[in-house]
Design a protein around this ligand. Structure first.
Ligand SMILES: NC(=O)c1ccc[n+]([C@@H]2O[C@H](COP(=O)([O-])OP(=O)(O)OC[C@H]3O[C@@H](n4cnc5c(N)ncnc54)[C@H](OP(=O)(O)O)[C@@H]3O)[C@@H](O)[C@H]2O)c1
Length: 262
């Protein structure tokens, strides 16, 4: 049980993308603890169904899983239609689904750029665009998006140039959206987590086994969500950052070694 027991979301409907594993799953679990009804989205049906069943059984909430590739506009349209058919409205949208990519830029496969942009940038922006008109009509809603603590680094970390620059674009978009949506009583919060233990960071090339305990638990990001949802109606955290206290690779991720020109 979290220390945010006072957050009561009974009767509210939350949509969470990337909810079958890692950070998204930790957030879904936390929202179930808060009593929200949930719509979970991810591409792979098996883990999605398992998460939905577990949360329904353990917390007695209503929940559905909708297989969705956030990189595909048609999938996002289908997601929103199915949520409205079942739950009528979306009170909270939590964008988490994202993929990582770690390459020295000159070695990065050129085909990766589109996938990264469609998932990590357009996946967020398009879904928000599909969800927000109803929120504007109802003058209510909260949009929470997992961005990245790497956007706090300047220059952005080596080997993450395309990933982090898209996250920077996303962060800029969300900051602007905060002010535009404020006029409609809609809250917009960006989360900037440091390095979190998940499947995504399992693939990082330079995280040595003995450094694993430096990674944050995904629950640290769920705590940010609970905090964002706990503040009074007349306030909204625009951005929340929680960065690892112990890490050798906050910036730049791979140490820079000047090679001698031949
Ligand atoms: N881990 C970190 O250190 C860290 C730090 C800062 C920010 N973030 C951000 O946090 C988010 C989640 O990261 P994570 O570490 O929890 O990753 P993860 O453990 O790899 O989980 C990713 C989740 O997103 C889903 N997903 C991936 N691509 C998708 C797509 N195209 N459409 C729908 N769902 C998709 C995955 O399910 P399927 O594969 O079945 O679709 C899974 O549920 C990402 O946006 C990442 O950039 C992570």
């Amino acid at each position: 049980m979290s220390s945010y027991a006072q957050v009561n979301l009974k009767g509210k409907v939350a949509v969470i993308t990337g909810a079958s594993r890692g950070i998204g799953k930790a957030i879904a679990t936390r929202l179930a603890e808060h009593g929200a009804n949930l719509v979970l989205a991810a591409r792979t049906q098996g883990p999605l169904d398992e998460t939905v069943k577990h949360l329904k059984d353990k917390y007695g909430i209503d929940a559905i899983g909708i297989p969705t590739d956030v990189a595909k506009l048609d999938d996002l349209r289908n997601l929103v239609e199915k949520v409205k058919a079942k739950f009528k409205q979306i009170d909270i949208l939590i964008n988490v689904a994202g993929v990582s990519s770690q390459y020295l830029f000159h070695e990065q496969p050129i085909e990766e750029f589109e996938k990264l942009a469609n998932t990590n940038y357009l996946g967020y922006v398009r879904l928000i665009r599909l969800v927000v008109p109803d929120m504007v009509t109802r003058k209510n809603g909260h949009i929470i998006s997992v961005v990245s603590g790497s956007t706090l680094c300047d220059p952005i970390p080596r080997t993450f140039l395309t990933y982090s620059s898209l996250k920077m674009g996303l962060r800029a978009f969300l900051k602007g959206l905060f002010w535009e949506m404020r006029e409609h009583n809609i809250k917009v919060t960006s989360l900037l987590p440091g390095v979190v233990a998940s499947d995504l960071t399992d693939h990082l090339k330079d995280v040595a086994v003995e450094q694993r305990d430096r990674l944050m638990d995904p629950k640290a990001v769920a705590d940010m969500v609970s905090f964002a949802l706990s503040v009074p109606a007349n306030a909204c955290p625009l951005e929340l950052a929680v960065i690892n206290q112990l890490t050798t690779w906050t910036k730049p991720v791979i140490d820079y070694k000047q090679t001698q020109a031949k």
